[in-house]
Design a protein around this ligand. Structure first.
Ligand code: 13P
Length: 248
């Protein structure tokens, strides 16, 4: 089964408009149509529209970083999946560990958000990952398996969602699991997700956590790694494009 790689950039709470537009323009001119990977950027909500404008007509897709679980209504400050879609986005990240930690999002919340994304016609990128204490206690696979069973909505199919494995302790730290640990976890995730979805041959599994041009080739070569969710290195066009090239 050949799954097309997806290299996704999570800009997090970074970039004002001028810098975001400049980064989008650099990606638009630097990313070759016909490349081996799909490229996606997820800017802050304030920049989805201007970034989508800069990227219109080129192969780089746009996504959100979060959405509300409801279609509309009295939820001050929140953004519905349909609103993100309306700006030209095709994807939305849900359940990032920073949202699980900063906003107390449970698996149940993440599942409802992923369902809302699907209903709006977006592809949810559902994030899972263990803390360092959980890995040290030998619980990483159990924790991640439970997150998948709790966060993947009933309406999901293997080709309508993406799952990103991001060990919390590898995010922004420059540390990554060993290649063997990444391979083992991704194989485990495909097995668990396959049980939930009724098959996972087409499911794209991304690795995230300190992905850089220097480690991308080795990580992306793993059989069950179908791309990367990149934080810090996605803020520099040169680094992000180098990671995309590593997926070839
Ligand atoms: P870093 O690539 O900065 O470690 O961030 C990973 C991440 O959280 C992407 O969602």
């Amino acid at each position: 089964m050949t799954r097309r790689a997806l290299i996704a950039g999570n800009w997090k709470m970074n970039m004002l408009r001028a810098d975001g537009e400049a980064l989008a323009a650099a990606l638009a001119s630097g990313f070759a149509a016909g490349a081996a990977a799909d490229l996606l950027v997820c800017p802050p909500a304030t920049l989805i529209a201007p970034v989508a404008t800069k990227l219109s007509g080129c192969a780089v897709a746009v996504g959100g970083q979060d959405c509300h679980m409801n279609e509309s209504g009295a939820h001050t400050g929140d953004i519905a999946a349909a609103m993100i879609k309306d700006l030209g986005a095709g994807y939305v990240i849900v359940g990032h560990s920073e949202r699980r930690a900063d906003h107390g999002e449970s698996d149940e919340t993440v599942k409802a958000k992923a369902a809302a994304a699907l209903a709006a016609g977006l592809t949810p990128i559902i994030c899972v990952g263990e803390t360092e204490a959980q890995r040290d206690a030998g619980e990483a696979e159990t924790v991640v398996g439970n997150q998948i069973r709790g966060s993947v909505p009933e309406a999901a199919a293997e080709d309508t969602i993406v799952i990103a494995y991001e060990p919390v302790w590898a995010i922004g730290t420059g540390r990554t699991p060993t290649i063997d640990d990444i391979a083992a976890m991704h194989a485990h995730i495909r097995q668990v997700a396959g049980g939930v979805l009724g098959g996972a041959d087409k499911l794209r599994l991304l690795y995230g956590g300190s992905v850089k041009p220097g480690n991308a080739v080795e990580i992306l070569a793993l059989e069950d790694v179908d791309g990367a969710l990149v934080g810090g290195a996605s803020l520099k066009a040169e680094d992000f494009l180098a990671i995309a090239a590593a997926a070839a």
